[in-house]
Design a protein around this ligand. Structure first.
Ligand code: GH3
Ligand code: MG
Ligand code: MG
Ligand code: MG
Length: 292
């Protein structure tokens, strides 16, 4: 669990970092609300522990900011309040705080509350994983793939960097199911994703778009390099086999369609549509090949 501490008292910060590290949590430190907002936008944190009195904004204002920001719903917000504060607790919760702790912090109590927070964080992560990964292969599911693909598109567009997309579909897959059964079919699908992961770079996005149809977004990749990568992938898949129950081996091929970012593109969808059209051509041209 990664914790961001927001406090402008250096003495208090040193103490907190020491105690939280002793509990096994990874900590980062910022000294203002503005710096906190920037930090959570750039880096993934699970918990924010903020002093309610900061130089540039109150902890309540910080909570409002973080709660209304895009993509930060997972943050678990803990406000640290003066021991003398006796009311307005409802305001803290209404502002989006999940928890408040009195200063000076009681370390046993803080540890207990962080344990409670870690249960929420773990559940949050499980839900996120379930909502974004394909259960059969562990690849990104369609929704997550399109979301991440859109992010890569925007980045490539802004910095005028190349971006390529490959769509692939297993050849004659219906025969696999019909001849060898669904379990073998499933294994063939997993095998294809393994080949993608082994062959492509770790920054390439691999999504399972449908049954035995996959797409890859390749950031920082020119059409020429993407074509070479698609050919390598095609060969890697053709060279792999799935073990059959009778001891035999099943070899499969895929057809691939390639597209890349061009001037008029306004989103990732046109690239996917062009890659899909190219894939269709690859099927018609005899399968086990890459078309542009
Ligand atoms: P083509 O070469 O033209 O792609 O022929 P194909 O037989 O592969 O045709 P198509 O891509 O349309 O076939 C998709 C088949 O994949 C249909 C469906 O029975 C099967 N399928 C889809 N999802 C799954 C799955 O999760 N597991 C298994 N075992 N089969 C699946
Ligand atoms: Mg098809
Ligand atoms: Mg197919
Ligand atoms: Mg298909």
């Amino acid at each position: 669990m990664r914790i961001l501490i927001v406090d402008d008292s250096p003495r208090h910060l040193t103490m907190m970092v020491y105690e939280l590290n002793k509990l096994g949590y990874a900590t980062s430190v910022v000294h203002s609300g503005t710096a906190a907002i920037e930090a959570v936008a750039n880096e993934r944190f699970d918990v924010v522990m903020a002093d309610i009195r900061l130089a540039d904004m109150t902890g309540i204002e910080l909570c409002w900011h973080l709660r209304t920001a895009q993509g930060l719903r997972h943050l678990y917000l803990i406000l640290m309040i003066p021991g003398s504060m006796t009311d307005q607790f409802h305001e803290l919760v209404e502002a989006g705080a999940d928890e408040f702790l009195r200063k000076p912090l009681d370390w046993k109590w803080t540890a207990a509350r962080l344990l409670a927070a870690s249960r929420v964080v773990a559940m949050q992560r499980d839900l996120e994983r379930l909502a974004t990964t394909d259960a059969l292969t562990g690849a990104m599911n369609r929704r997550r793939f399109l979301e991440r693909g859109a992010e890569e598109f925007t980045r490539s567009r802004r910095y005028e960097r190349p971006l390529s997309v490959v769509m692939l579909d297993i050849d004659h897959f219906k025969r696999v199911n019909d001849t060898h059964g669904h379990a073998t079919g499933d294994e063939a699908i997993r095998n294809t994703v393994r080949a993608c992961k082994d062959t492509l770079r770790s920054c390439d996005l691999i999504g399972r778009l449908g049954g035995e149809e996959f797409a890859v977004v390749m950031p920082e990749t020119s059409p020429v390099n993407a074509f070479a990568a698609a050919q390598r992938l095609r060969q890697a898949i053709a060279a792999r086999s799935v073990k059959l129950e009778d001891g035999g081996e099943l070899y499969l091929t895929v057809s691939l369609g390639l597209s890349w970012l061009t001037g008029p593109d306004t989103g990732i969808e046109p690239l996917l549509a062009r890659a899909d059209a190219a894939l269709y051509r690859a099927k018609n041209a005899g399968r086990n090949r890459v078309e542009v």
